[in-house]
Design a protein around this ligand. Structure first.
Ligand code: NGQ
Ligand code: ZN
Length: 465
């Protein structure tokens, strides 16, 4: 029977339920989520517990090409900033065909790893000399096509980038592919909107950071975005590095999050990416704004950013989700593991992100990251119920109950084992996006061809860098 799935166990927004019948319509929207039901004859049965698909709320797709290639000492003390110099070198060479190949493969990897959506924070706009392509939307369209080919839901976030530092310092040579005027950005959004709507993609805007967007531009861009779509998501990198906090203080007398909260209407449409360095009052005010904290555990570890204080954020009722950002890791479960482990190491406690209402850490984290991720991707407002609920997209992941790590366990323990008991191979069995099965038995139908194209693109890029 089409458009249905029977799950012996499923993680609903209210927690674990058994014998759940899921049904969706031709638009891929769930029309029925019925617990304690029985399987009508002919309905496919899930091979293990069914989870809501996790949105990956922060991605720079092209960076997947050099994951693992910056892990050597280049300066006496390597840092985020020396990594960025290497990253710019890769970015400076990339062609449209290469970007599409890298992104198609990456999005397939994401699906196989249990992500059903990606928020693409896209700032590589122009050709290597900094000249706009004949079609000014060329590279954005390549990303949309990659998402369509892979079958992942995308929120495209074209990035506004104008200055190299606070105080409107001019962009550097390495940033020439990123720069657009505010008007030009708004024209790009207008140009992309109909195609995004037709594809079912969400379109938003990403002011890159307070370093890269002067205050007037920020104000004008946000007003222009509202005129195009007053519900569009807004993502910004903020307070990732202490050097950035110091530079912001020197420029304005305020810390980045404090400055943003005082100068922009930060609300549930916003995703504050990283927000690693906040003081008490910033944690409180940012959480109360309703914005989502976009935490990228593997990249933040890789780049030596610092720790986000999750218990403090949660104490203020803050929403959050995870992103794989530079894609040093492309694995939804591993991001959750790293986030919890960081908190354990800091506090010398265990099960930090469990709650009284949900003592199972992996279950609590999954539900919260699904809620925050859907809010950040602009697919679900703060007042609607994300995940496996009527009216939501049929984005779901079935684990393999026969997998060595899971065999014989209860459903909540299977999710815990999936996140915390690494067994080298993934226990993700099937993945549906908008009701379409994109991964079956752990395998995406286009994996082999996409992998070959990825390897060829990377070889080319490395030989030129
Ligand atoms: C980026 N990535 O835009 O790719 C940034 C580095 C910057 C992260 N912040 C560049 N992880 O922030 O200037
Ligand atoms: Zn980023």
């Amino acid at each position: 029977m089409k458009n249905t799935l029977f799950a012996p166990d499923a993680l609903l927004p209210t927690g674990w339920a058994t014998n759940v019948l899921l049904r969706w319509n031709t638009q891929g929207q769930l029309t029925e989520v019925q617990a304690n039901s029985s399987a009508p004859p002919g309905v496919p049965q899930a091979p293990g517990p069914v989870l809501p698909g996790l949105p990956n709320l922060h991605s720079h797709a092209f960076q997947r090409a050099f994951a693992g290639l910056t892990e050597y000492r280049g300066e006496a003390q390597d840092s985020f900033w020396s990594w960025r110099t290497l990253m710019y070198r890769f970015a400076s060479k990339l062609t449209p065909d290469q970007l599409q190949a890298l992104a198609t493969w990456l999005y397939i990897e994401m699906l196989e790893a249990g992500y059903t959506q990606v928020c693409e924070f896209h700032y590589l706009h122009h050709d290597p000399s900094g000249t706009p392509y004949a079609d000014d939307a060329e590279l954005a369209l390549r990303l949309l096509r990659a998402a369509q080919t892979a079958g992942i839901a995308i929120t495209l976030l074209p990035v506004l980038y104008q200055s190299s530092g606070f105080g409107n310092t001019p962009p550097t040579e390495g940033q020439r592919r990123f720069v657009r005027s505010t008007d030009n950005m708004l024209r790009l959004l207008e140009r992309l909107k109909p195609g995004c709507d037709a594809q079912g993609a969400r379109l938003g805007l990403a002011p890159h950071s307070l370093r890269a967007v002067p205050p007037d531009s920020l104000r004008e861009a946000l007003a222009g975005l509202d005129a195009i779509d007053a519900t569009a998501p807004i993502h910004i990198h903020i307070a990732e590095q202490t050097g950035e906090v110091d530079a912001c203080l020197a420029w304005s007398g305020q810390r980045p999050v404090q400055w943003l909260l005082d100068h922009a209407d930060v609300n549930p449409r916003w995703c504050l990416v990283h927000a690693t360095h906040m003081n008490d009052i910033e944690y409180q005010r940012a959480a109360h704004s309703g914005a989502v904290a976009g935490i990228c555990p593997s990249t933040e570890a890789n780049l030596g950013d610092g720790f986000f204080d999750m218990p403090r954020w949660l104490s203020h009722g803050g929403a959050w989700g995870v992103g794989s950002d530079s894609h040093a890791t492309v694995n939804a479960a591993e991001e959750l593991l790293l986030l919890e482990y960081g908190q354990r190491l800091l506090r010398r406690q265990r099960n930090v992100l469990a709650s009284n209402s949900q003592p199972q850490v992996a279950t609590a984290m999954t539900l919260q990251a699904v809620a925050g991720g859907n809010q950040a991707s602009g697919r679900c407002g703060p007042d609607t119920t994300p995940g496996l609920a009527v009216g939501q997209q049929a984005d779901q992941v079935a684990l393999d109950a026969q997998h060595l790590a899971l065999e014989g366990l209860s459903a909540p323990d299977m999710l815990s084992a999936h996140v915390f008991a690494s067994h080298r191979t993934s226990a993700v069995h099937s993945v549906w996006v908008g009701g379409h099965m994109r991964v079956q038995a752990g395998h995406h139908a286009l994996r082999e061809s996409a992998e070959r194209a990825f390897v060829a693109a990377r070889r080319c890029l490395i030989s030129e860098s």
